[in-house]
Design a protein. Sequence first.
Length: 402
Amino acid sequence: MYVRGIRALFAFPGYVVTKISMTTDLVQVNLRRDRRYGLKCPACGARMGQNRIKLQTARDLPLGTALMVLLVYEAVQGRCSACGAWATLHPPGIDDHARATRRLMEFVSRLARFLPLSHIEEVVPVDDATAFRWDLAVLQEKLPAPNLDDLRILLIDEKAVRKHHRYVTLVMNGITGELLYMAEGKKKESLQSFFDRLSPQQKASVVAVGMDRAGAYYEVVKAQLPHADIVFDKFHLIANYHAVIDQVRREEWRKASARDKDVIKGQRYNLFRNPSNRTSRQTQSLMNLLHMNRNLAMMYILKDAFKKLWDYQRLGPARKYLARWVRWAAVSGVEALRRFGRSLLKVKDEVLNFIRHPITIGSLEAFNATIERIIYRACGVRNLDYLFLKLRQESLEPDPPK
Ligand SMILES: [Zn+2]
């Protein structure tokens, strides 16, 4: 495009630039309505009579060194000759309510994808409350509604959004990674309202649902999608196992002598870590612990054995392996481990359903980090609608630059 001077940057249809005043910090652009064009009623499109003109200001994108760019324009109040409605007309692209151009609001929203709201002020002089309102308005307008057709695989999970027991329920499309739904709480009702939005055909399109076996979701899914397979996914089951390790570690610590307490202390993450993520010092202290404490050693060995279940590709051998693992747990001599094994047998179909539906846990796991990052950027959770839109944006446009 051929640009004739700086005026071309302020080409608002139906308006002409009358004056541009500049200092290094501030640009002021005066816009006058182009009288060659008639006024159109925003309600019915008929010709509108002009009643009065008032000058208004709106902020625009930074220009050069001037971070503050102010448009001063004629807002026209008028009355429609056809429908009788009163209206105030603003140049297209100016959000009268925000007193800013849409392009500035979109720029701030774009920054808000990568910066905490409170840091945006370093790039554009808007405070974090304004950045929040603009980002919310842009996302509400721009993000498409959740696609609830052809769902096939759903992932359902709860997330703590605040330290003290504030949870949300999330539903994700397990194939596309699109976040479809978020509601406060982790009870049945929190999930039920998702299914209330689905038509019978949309429900019928779901073949499998991945979730944690604890919690209230199982019953809701059983009732709403009786035809779908439920998969207790690897990520959650291993997290369940880690909770048992933690319980045993605390029990052993209570029983231990003062000297042994020292060896157990601080080993929590060492017990969970993959060998490749341990330093040699961490490996050494873990080995000392496993030599000293039989029950923790048992938990540790059976953890690796448990993970091997997901190497199986066929149902028969996987079922046999699970039964064998449960027997090991039964004879391990660790009561909590025995109970965990028995509880697995009760839900073995849901555990083994991964053979039929290789649900990728990666999308859920990766999303945890995204949620934490977004909560940090948004300076806590101001507004659950906002949190949902931010998470949806990330789920729809993956791989933001690190
Ligand atoms: Zn009208």
